[in-house]
Design a protein. Structure first.
Length: 188
């Protein structure tokens, strides 16, 4: 906020407040705590959390409430999934769950386009999500070039392509990288 002190101005007081405190939150182990530590590092006032205990309520939720097809079938259809992991039983249960979801959630529309849009994740190029679309161009989503356009990186450091092709990346990632590389070479 405009008239509030900057983090740098309150960091020392905040660090003293947090001294010897354990930390808890929802998704805090993956978001809040790393962000907090990073902000303290930015103002050159490290927050040592090595002896702290972390409690992530989201993690408890995910561990306690199973996220399996059998659990979804029980939740949405109030049925026990017999022969779980057989293709026919799983496909049938999945269809019944979808029907129950459409009945339960009035904001879901029963058409492929609406459901695909609703469940769409990041605009990824490869299934491992090592390359994603950002601003209309393929962008690295990992490592030292995270957030940089693939074509830009390959122009500046062509050996990065070779490294990725020799490294232990999924074949789909290598396939998509090769497609981008070939398109780039054709434009030369």
């Amino acid at each position: 906020m405009k008239n509030e002190p900057s983090f740098r101005e309150v960091a020392n007081e905040m660090r003293q407040f947090l001294d010897n405190c354990d930390l808890a939150g929802y998704n805090s182990n993956r978001f809040d705590i790393p962000l907090l530590v990073e902000e303290f590092l930015r103002v050159e006032l490290p927050l040592d959390v090595s002896t702290r205990k972390f409690i992530d309520v989201q993690k408890i939720f995910h561990l306690m409430e199973k996220r399996t097809l059998s659990a979804a079938y029980k939740f949405y259809c109030d049925k026990i999934l017999e022969n779980a992991h057989s293709a026919e039983a799983d496909a049938s249960a999945t269809f019944e769950i979808l029907e129950a979801q459409l009945d339960r959630y009035s904001n879901l529309k029963a058409d492929v386009n609406s459901l695909a849009d609703f469940t769409k994740e990041d605009d990824f190029v490869d299934f491992a999500r090592r390359i994603v679309m950002q601003g209309g161009q393929e962008t690295f989503n990992f490592g030292k070039y995270k957030g940089r356009a693939v074509r830009e990186v390959l122009k500046l450091e062509p050996q990065y392509y070779d490294w990725m092709m020799k490294a232990d990346f999924p074949l789909n990632t290598k396939q998509k990288l090769t497609e981008i590389y070939h398109k780039m070479m054709l434009k030369k």
